[in-house]
Design a protein around this ligand. Structure first.
Ligand SMILES: *Cc1c(COP(=O)(O)O)cnc(C)c1O
Length: 361
């Protein structure tokens, strides 16, 4: 019998595996595996979602004009240069489909976000990974991989799962060193958490030319990962390309309503960022004190080094026995590490306590 056969690219990737959310037999799970905001969705976003329920027979405005205006107002950006997506993952894939494809190459850093590799291979691109320096992206190593086939360079800044951040000057050096026809995609999913003065997420580089895009998300500090909403800030020609590529109604009515209510919540980002900075420093100090190596992070997570893969696995199992789920990162080439999300103070306390017990038991 013969059956339909998908394109070979499809079988060149494994499905994306998200952070787990349950442990058999454990009632209260502490989920620190997906970098979701520590405080749940903004209450106004929940209200807005139920408030829009009576309109659900209507299609959303495919162009998301009101939402783009609200994002533009909140972030001080021109709404005409914003495109919304079903999560920023969708926009990353669309950029790859539009600018990549068979016969082209995509460059990412060695421990960069896995979606770039998955979406790149699915589109038929060759995916090249540039070595990093101490788990920080290396501009010279990226530039050294550029060939005439290169069309796209992806950089998460801050990067997931390492937490590392390239200073704006390094990003500018990267852009300046790339051929003009290569698109630089700066994935700033964790931008709202960054406290570094001068950091702009990539906005300056987008505004400076025709060949840089910044992507953002409502899945992290905004607490709306389940709603699926991301956005890209891009030069007009790339906005036009994305609008041709995207499905006509890629953002749901409910996601848009939730996001607009979230944006209208005073102090939500400031509160989330202040908590994160404090809780992250405290957790890092406690884990370091317990004898673990913690990598510097600008995101809402920490990469914890257990020296060997065996010890990382044992720590993961120990945490699970206490109802705590964190993220294994072996698929990122970091089998000796675990990535832990910064939760509430209580969650961070329980995690620190458990890891302390693991180290000393
Ligand atoms: C979480 C995350 C995203 C967000 O993806 P969404 O599709 O918007 O939920 C994008 N990039 C990185 C690096 C992330 O960690």
């Amino acid at each position: 019998m013969s059956a339909p056969v998908a394109r070979p690219e499809v079988f060149s990737v494994a499905s994306y595996v998200g952070g787990e959310s349950s442990i058999p037999g454990v009632a209260r799970v502490i989920k620190l595996s997906s970098n979701e905001g520590a405080f749940g969705p903004p209450p106004a976003a929940m209200q807005a979602m139920s408030g829009i329920a009576a309109e659900l027979h209507r299609y959303p405005d495919g162009g998301m004009a009101r939402l783009r205006a609200a994002i533009g107002a909140a972030y001080g950006l021109d709404p005409a240069k914003i495109v919304c997506g079903n999560g920023s993952d969708e926009l990353l894939s669309l950029l790859i489909q539009a600018y990549g494809g068979p016969g082209t190459a995509l460059i990412m850093s060695a421990h960069g976000f896995s979606i770039y590799e998955i979406a790149g291979k699915l589109a038929g691109c060759l995916v090249h990974k540039a070595p990093e320096r101490e788990l920080v992206a290396d501009v010279d190593a990226i530039l050294a991989l550029v060939t005439p086939e290169t069309r796209l360079v992806f950089l998460a800044n801050p990067n997931n799962p390492t937490g590392s951040l390239l200073p704006d000057a390094e990003l500018a050096r990267l852009r300046a060193g790339l051929p003009e026809q290569v698109l630089l995609v700066i994935d700033a999913a964790y931008a709202e958490y960054v406290e570094l003065p001068g950091y702009d997420g990539g906005i300056g580089l987008v505004d400076a030319g025709e060949n840089c895009v910044m992507t953002r998300t409502f899945s992290k500090i905004w607490g709306l990962g389940g709603a699926r909403l991301g956005w890209a800030y891009a030069p007009p020609a790339i906005v036009d390309v994305l609008n041709r590529m995207r499905p006509p109604f890629n953002v749901s009515l409910t996601a848009a309503a939730a996001a607009m209510a979230a944006l209208a919540t005073p102090g939500w980002v400031e509160h989330g960022r202040a908590h994160n900075t404090q809780a992250r420093a405290r957790l890092a100090a406690r884990l370091t004190q317990a004898g673990l190596r913690v990598h510097p992070s600008e995101g809402n997570f920490l990469l914890v080094d257990f020296t060997t893969a065996g010890r990382a696995t044992a720590a993961d199992e120990f945490l699970r026995s206490r109802g705590i789920i964190v993220r294994r990162v072996a698929s990122y080439g970091l089998p000796h590490c675990l990535r832990v999300t910064i939760g509430t103070d209580e969650e961070c306390g329980l995690l620190a306590e458990a890891l302390n017990a693991f180290v000393h038991g």
